[in-house]
Design a protein around this ligand. Structure first.
Ligand code: SAH
Length: 230
């Protein structure tokens, strides 16, 4: 049986999945709990990493190397950067970048790390499956670049800077580390995010208000992807 790893950053982002699967086992590794179950003909491993790129990289590595995931899917919430995104909308990442990497003093482009890539592409097959699932659910998916960094963006100025420099449609704090780890370990991955806020001066209030609802929307969409993978 193939194994699908599903990662969130915060407990709220995986709770709807645990509620859906109901029965699961808990395995603790590296300060995280990994919840294992089966769905149709797949093994499923679910975990939340804690916030930020380093935590997400550890969780993703554990799901890849300890649980031998064949696919990795991220579910969670994000700040919307595109003006056409509103709270609750779902974004499917075309590629991920790290907006907070800066070794431009040596002439490198912002976000670029030597021997890596500025933008890391998500898996086209998983993206096609997600797009099909969205059509069936009548969900209008936004497909575009997601920028990750270790800050909660709650300023119109910072938001505009990320749009200008990275052409991203959404911002969050983990996606790019999932992209780095999964791509280096040759595991197909995709990143799904429901918008919780607009990364502007009002973002903290919006996030607190919509985290649970948007996390549920993202998780519900993950289930429809699992149904489509069959
Ligand atoms: N309120 C939380 C902190 C949330 S940090 C606490 O006090 O513990 C924001 C989380 O949601 C991160 O996991 C990030 O990936 C995502 N996110 C949502 N909106 C974001 C934004 N505007 N900027 C950066 N990350 C955002």
């Amino acid at each position: 049986m193939k194994t699908i790893g599903i990662i969130g950053a915060m407990r709220e982002e995986i709770t709807p999945l645990l509620d859906f699967f109901k029965k699961y086992e808990e395995i603790k590794i590296g300060g995280n709990s990994f919840y294992t179950t089966t769905y149709k003909n797949y093994n499923i491993v679910i975990a939340y990493s804690k916030i930020g790129k380093i935590h997400a990289a550890l969780t993703c590595s554990t799901i890849a190397l300890h649980f031998h995931a064949d696919y990795i899917i991220f579910t969670g919430v994000a700040g919307g950067l595109s003006s056409d995104l509103k709270v609750g909308d779902i974004v499917l990442a075309s590629s991920l970048c790290q907006y907070d990497v800066d070794i431009s003093a040596f002439g490198h482009p912002l976000g670029f790390i030597p021997e890596s890539k500025l933008y890391i592409d998500t898996d086209s097959n998983l993206n096609e499956i997600a797009k099909k699932a969205a059509i069936k659910q009548n969900i209008k998916l936004k497909y575009g670049i997601i920028a990750s960094g270790d800050s909660f963006i709650s300023s119109a100025t910072k938001k505009q800077w990320i749009i200008d420099k990275f052409n991203a449609c959404a911002v969050e704090m983990e996606g790019a580390s999932i992209a780095v780890v999964s791509s280096l370990l040759n595991i197909p991955f995709c990143i799904i995010r429901a918008i919780s806020d607009s990364a502007d001066d009002n973002a903290d209030i919006s996030f607190d208000e919509f985290l649970v609802d948007s996390a549920k929307r993202s998780a519900a969409f993950i289930i429809s992807i699992l149904d489509e993978i069959q």
